[in-house]
Ligand binder design. Sequence first.
Ligand SMILES: NC(=O)c1ccc[n+]([C@@H]2O[C@H](COP(=O)([O-])OP(=O)(O)OC[C@H]3O[C@@H](n4cnc5c(N)ncnc54)[C@H](OP(=O)(O)O)[C@@H]3O)[C@@H](O)[C@H]2O)c1
Length: 337
Amino acid sequence: MVTWRRKRGSRFGKMPWWFVGISAVGTIYGSSVLIKQENNFDKNQEHRIVGKTVLITGASSGIGLETSKELASRGGRVLLACKDRKKCEIVRKMIIDQTNNPSVVCYDVDLSSCKSIHKFADDIKTNEKRLDILINNAGVMGVPESTTEDGFETHLGVNYLGPFLLTNLLMDKLKASALPESPSRIINITSHSHTKFSIYFRDLNLTGNYSYNDAYAQSKLALIFFTQELADRFSKDNISSYAVTPKTADTQIGRYLAVNQSLSFYILRPLIWLMLSPPEKAISTIIKCAVDPSVSYKTGEYWYSGKIAEASPTAHNPNTQSRLWITSEVWTKLKQH
Ligand SMILES: NC(=O)c1ccc[n+]([C@@H]2O[C@H](COP(=O)([O-])OP(=O)(O)OC[C@H]3O[C@@H](n4cnc5c(N)ncnc54)[C@H](OP(=O)(O)O)[C@@H]3O)[C@@H](O)[C@H]2O)c1
């Protein structure tokens, strides 16, 4: 017995290199499969949205594209709001082919331009009979210091102030489509990065000490405050709001990062790929907040991984919440229209 144990111990110690290699690859593969798997909410599509209209910004790629496809497959009228009409048309055709739902439409909007947002909101108000679900998904990350057409720092403008203006311009449409038993829903796509900065009122454009990480974090935190303020202001009108962090997904969100253009990125690409979910596996919380009747009144909350989650302590401050709303009204000139 003792002899056998010794033998086994010595064999283990002299394990051939190829065996160690195969074990390592197997372990990495197994872990990555686990990481990539996500409980897909409502896989059998029990919750249909026939008769409802949903608008998704940034529908031309990544999380926006997959969300649009899933909602089209549930029978809704899906409005794809994109910056690039050519990309939008390709995605529209693909979604119609794959879902057999012909009610998928392209609209043009550039969230870095208040003028474009006004034009887009007018188009929606003129052409669409109703609007039940608005998903503020479009976003940028890692952009070098720059400003939008209206002079807003780019992350702040595209990720937060643009959606702020758009949502307010579409509010009457959302209100008109809402019923007490079926509230209209506004879903703001935020990120774990919201924990990494604050709302820097002294210099919202971060001109003094710019960092794209801070700028992205600030814009994503602003979306959480926006979600809370929407709940306070509009739950009486049967409108519910949700701030959702999707699973970390393999999309084009890192396109502006210098590391993505370097040689080391291409070498590390397979490893990075293993760590990320495909976009279609990252959207289940967004879909839940869009369609699940059981969450229709859980307004103003922060969501992650299929449930209400704890946002950063920084994201709980009623003074910041109302000050941000008022500042955003002024910056976007909301009251002048
Ligand atoms: N991927 C992740 O792991 C992750 C994690 C947390 C949160 N998020 C958030 O999820 C959302 C979707 O990102 P994604 O990962 O799917 O990235 P993505 O593939 O880069 O998609 C971003 C979308 O936003 C659009 N967009 C960018 N600037 C715009 C503008 N000025 N006006 C209108 N549309 C604009 C893009 O259109 P073009 O392609 O035409 O530029 C694209 O359709 C973002 O808000 C992001 O912050 C992503």
